[in-house]
Design a protein around this ligand. Structure first.
Ligand code: PMP
Length: 354
């Protein structure tokens, strides 16, 4: 039986995507060969790469606006450094909203000066700072749209006078935004898009080519754009599976339709957290993430009972990150609302037992 998968990442993918991807591993396009044993330069795979790149721009509403989509490797963690290598000349502004922002800052500091425009570190990152200034003579401004560990999410974005770079690893394709506000977006695939192994980068071409440093080939966005995201052997399985997920999103009606479902799931989850006296939400209400709901159980004596009940209900992946503790219900795009209903039922049943 398929479990209710609340894992924070790698995380749930649509069942039909898993079925198609597993078929392609055995026999790709009914060509009598596995996706994993054909040349990445074959027409069949080049078509996959091109389709995936085009679908990204289509779903984000960025077609014809000077953006390019790339499927790279090294995870979002490599982007922490790659962004700075390609864009940082003298100084950049970073919004520090969690562990991943802090890691992005650490890597960029290897190259040049970084200024934290604001931080919520003093409150263990349970809110998103607001009302900060972004100096217009900096090279770029970097933020993290969704803080996977702490369960906070930026509900609005500043009107940045300089290119805005955003780590959208844990909420890409989950809600409508004006994506043309961003100069560069990156996201590890393993939440809303596909398996681990590829990282999506969407970059506005005109922000590139402005730094004086020499950029190593594999770190150079311009070079990857020139090579059609095929400078070296791409992670074919991760790109193909991502393409299938992008098709699935399009088939559902695009990001708008997904957002409606995500709002319903989040509202069910947070209502239970707020109404059930046994549980307490971690993040400030106005900044709550639609993807990752973080909460604690108020009565330690009920921990074992709760966890047994979760197991019996087939609920998996609910443990919170060690820096927050408690529980984290990750409700990515592919998580059915029935899974959230099951979790909420277990939580309210616990209340009736207490
Ligand atoms: N940024 C965010 C917001 C994340 O959630 C994660 C992974 N959980 C990362 C960056 C790091 O991604 P990767 O493991 O692909 O390097």
């Amino acid at each position: 039986m398929k479990k209710h998968n609340f894992s924070a990442g790698p995380s749930i993918l649509p069942q039909e995507v898993l079925l198609k991807a597993s078929h392609a591993v055995i026999d790709f396009n009914n060509e009598g060969l596995s996706l994993l044993e054909i040349s990445h330069r074959s027409k069949s795979f080049v078509d996959v790469m091109e389709k995936a790149r085009a679908l990204v721009l289509e779903l984000l509403g960025l077609e014809g606006k000077g953006y390019k989509a790339l499927f790279l490797q090294g995870g979002a963690s490599t982007q922490f450094l790659m962004v700075a290598m390609n864009l940082l000349e003298k100084r950049a502004g970073y919004l520090n909203t969690g562990t991943w922002s802090a890691k992005a800052i650490k890597e960029a500091k290897l190259l040049d000066d970084i200024y934290e425009v604001a931080s919520s570190k003093e409150a263990n990152y349970n809110y998103i700072p607001k009302g900060y200034d972004i100096p217009e003579d900096y090279d770029y401004f970097h933020c993290t749209s969704n803080n996977t560990i702490f369960g906070t999410q930026m509900k609005s974005f500043p009107d940045s006078p300089i290119p805005m770079v955003c780590d959208m690893s844990s909420d890409i394709f989950s809600r409508e935004l004006d994506f043309s506000k961003f100069g560069l977006i990156y996201a590890g695939a393993q939440k809303n898009m596909g398996p681990a192994g590829t990282t999506l980068v969407v970059v506005k071409e005109d922000i590139l080519g402005k730094v004086s440093r020499k950029i190593p080939s594999m770190m150079d966005y311009k070079l990857h754009i020139g090579a059609g995201s095929m400078y070296n052997t791409p992670p074919v399985f991760a790109v193909y599976t991502s393409m299938l997920t992008l098709e699935w999103i399009k088939g559902l009606g695009g990001i708008k339709a997904i957002q409606e479902l995500n709002e319903k799931k989040a509202s069910l989850m947070y209502s239970e957290i707020d109404l059930n006296p046994l549980f307490k939400g971690f993040s400030t209400k106005e900044d709550r993430s639609m993807m990752n709901a973080t909460f604690t159980l108020q009565n330690d004596n009920l921990k074992d009972t709760f966890e047994t009940m979760l197991k019996e209900a087939g609920i998996s992946g609910l443990n919170g990150h060690r820096s927050v503790g408690g529980y984290r219900a990750s409700m990515y795009n592919a998580l059915p609302i029935e899974s959230v209903k099951t979790l909420v039922e277990v939580m309210s049943e616990l209340e009736s037992k207490a």
